[in-house]
Design a binder for this molecule. Structure first.
Ligand SMILES: Cc1ncc(COP(=O)(O)O)c(C=O)c1O
Length: 390
C-alpha cells in the first residue's frame, strides 16, 4: 500500500450499531462514524438484508440500461428531503459529486469562476480541491482554476463578490466539517440566496458531511429556510457503501451526456442508499439526531475546561482549555471511545444517528472524568508555581 494516511495502529473487523471490535477483540464506541459516514449504524439488519438480496439478484449493470432502483431512490430522496421537484445524478464519492456540481454550474451559466469559503473542504480531485481552502493539498495541475475565498461571517465580502456577477457558483458546506464545525448565520444564508438569484450565480450547498439528517434536519441549510440550486451528498447516503449524488434544481438544463460515470448509481449502491432512506424514516433518526445531539451539546458544555461546543444535531465540535488532541487520545486509550479531530484543536463528534441516550451518557461521563483529572492537574501545577514564586 502507498503510505498515504496517518493511521491508528488498530484494525477494526466488526461493527454493530455504534460498537466496533478490533482484531484483538477489544471493543470501542464509535462517536466518529468513520468520518461521518455511518448514518444508520454499523451492520444495520435492513442494510445488510438489502445488500445481500441485491447481490444475489444483480450486482451491477451499466447506465446504458434502465435501472428502476435509481428512480425509486430519487423519489424517496426527493420526498424525504423536501426537494421533490429536483433531479438527481448519481456518482461514487463526495469529490465527484462536487466536480459534477461545479462543472454543471459552469456549463449552465457560461462562467468559469467559483466563489468558495475560507476553511472550506470539498474533496481532493482537481476541481474539488480547487475550491478547498488548503493549498498544502493542491498541485500545480489544476492551478488554472479561478477561485476566490471569502469569510463565513462577512456579509459585506459576500455581497461585494457576488455583485461582481463573475461567478458560476457559490459553494458552501451546510456546516463546515473538516475546518472544525463552523456554520454561517441565517442572515448570511438568506443574503447568499438573494444575491445568487439576483446575480445569476448558482448556490451549491455541499451537504456531504452535514446532510442526511446529521444536523437534525435532512439538510443542514434547511435550518435557515432557504433553497439551494444544487446540493451534493455522499457519506451518510450509503452508510459505508460508496455512493454519492448531485441534486439539481429543475430549472437547470444540463445537456444529455455531459455528466457520466461507470459505477455511479449501480444496483448495489442504489439498494444500499434505499435501505438508508427507509431506515432514516422508519426509525425517525433525524428527530433522534436532534434529541441526542441536543443532550450531548448541553451536557458537554457544562463540563470543566470546555470552552465551546459548536454545531447541530450529531455534528458537534468541542473546543477545550486544554489540547483536544490529548483529549481525543485519552478517550481512545482509556475508554475505547473513537472521536474525530480538526486542526486547530477541535474534537469532532459524528456518531451514527442510531446512537442511544445511554451511549451518549457514556461519552459525557468519560469526558467528565478526563477533564476533571486535567483540571486537578492544572490546579496542582498552578499551586506549585505559586509556592515556588512565594
Ligand atoms: C464537506 C465535504 N465535502 C466533500 C468531501 C469529500 O468527500 P470524498 O472523500 O467522498 O470525496 C468531504 C470529505 O470529508 C467533506 O467533508
Amino acid at each position: 500500500m502507498l503510505d498515504m494516511y496517518y493511521m491508528y495502529p488498530i484494525a477494526l473487523k466488526e461493527g454493530n450499531g455504534i460498537q466496533l471490535k478490533d482484531t484483538n477483540q477489544k471493543t470501542y464506541l464509535d462517536f466518529y462514524g468513520g468520518h461521518g459516514v455511518i448514518s444508520i449504524g454499523h451492520s444495520h439488519p435492513e442494510f445488510v438484508k438489502a445488500i445481500i438480496q441485491q447481490v444475489n439478484q444483480l450486482a451491477f449493470y451499466t447506465n446504458a440500461f434502465e435501472n428502476p432502483l435509481q428512480d425509486e431512490l430519487a423519489l424517496l430522496l426527493g420526498h424525504q428531503s423536501g426537494y421533490d421537484e429536483y433531479n438527481l445524478f448519481l456518482s461514487n464519492s463526495g469529490a465527484e459529486a462536487n466536480e459534477n456540481a461545479l462543472k454543471a454550474a459552469s456549463m449552465v451559466t457560461g462562467r468559469g469562476k467559483v466563489l468558495s469559503v475560507k476553511g472550506a473542504f470539498h474533496g481532493r480531485s482537481a476541481g474539488a480541491v480547487g475550491v478547498t481552502d488548503n493549498p498544502k493539498i493542491r498541485a500545480a495541475f489544476g492551478s488554472q482554476l479561478v477561485v476566490d475565498f471569502i469569510s463565513i461571517d462577512s456579509l459585506s465580502e459576500l455581497a461585494e463578490h457576488l455583485n461582481s456577477k463573475e461567478y458560476a457558483a457559490f459553494i458552501i458546506e451546510g456546516i463546515q466539517g473538516v475546518n472544525g464545525v463552523w456554520e454561517a448565520t441565517t442572515e448570511y444564508w438568506k443574503l447568499a440566496r438573494k444575491l445568487c438569484t439576483q446575480t445569476g450565480t448558482l448556490l451549491v450547498v455541499d451537504e456531504i458531511q452535514s446532510g442526511y439528517g446529521r444536523s437534525g434536519k435532512f439538510f443542514a441549510h434547511q435550518h435557515h429556510q432557504i433553497l439551494a440550486d444544487i446540493i451534493t451528498i455522499a457519506k451518510g447516503m450509503g452508510n459505508g457503501f460508496p455512493v454519492a449524488g448531485t441534486i439539481f434544481s429543475p430549472q437547470l438544463v444540463i445537456g444529455k451526456g455531459m455528466l457520466g460515470t461507470t459505477f455511479g448509481g449501480g444496483h448495489m449502491a442504489c439498494a444500499a442508499a434505499i435501505s438508508v432512506l427507509k431506515t432514516l424514516k422508519n426509525e425517525d433518526l433525524i428527530t433522534k439526531s436532534e434529541v441526542q445531539g441536543g443532550f450531548l451539546k448541553s451536557e458537554i458544555s457544562r463540563l470543566p475546561l470546555v470552552k465551546t461546543v459548536r454545531g447541530r444535531g450529531l455534528m458537534l465540535g468541542v473546543e477545550f482549555e486544554v489540547s483536544a488532541k490529548k483529549v481525543r487520545q485519552a478517550l481512545l486509550d482509556e475508554f475505547g471511545i473513537i472521536t474525530g479531530f480538526s486542526d486547530p484543536e477541535v474534537l469532532r463528534i459524528l456518531p451514527p444517528l442510531t446512537v442511544s441516550l445511554a451511549e451518549c451518557e457514556k461519552l459525557v461521563n468519560a469526558l467528565n472524568q478526563l477533564l476533571t483529572k486535567e483540571l486537578e492537574l492544572l490546579l496542582e501545577s498552578n499551586n506549585i508555581q505559586t509556592v515556588t514564586i512565594n
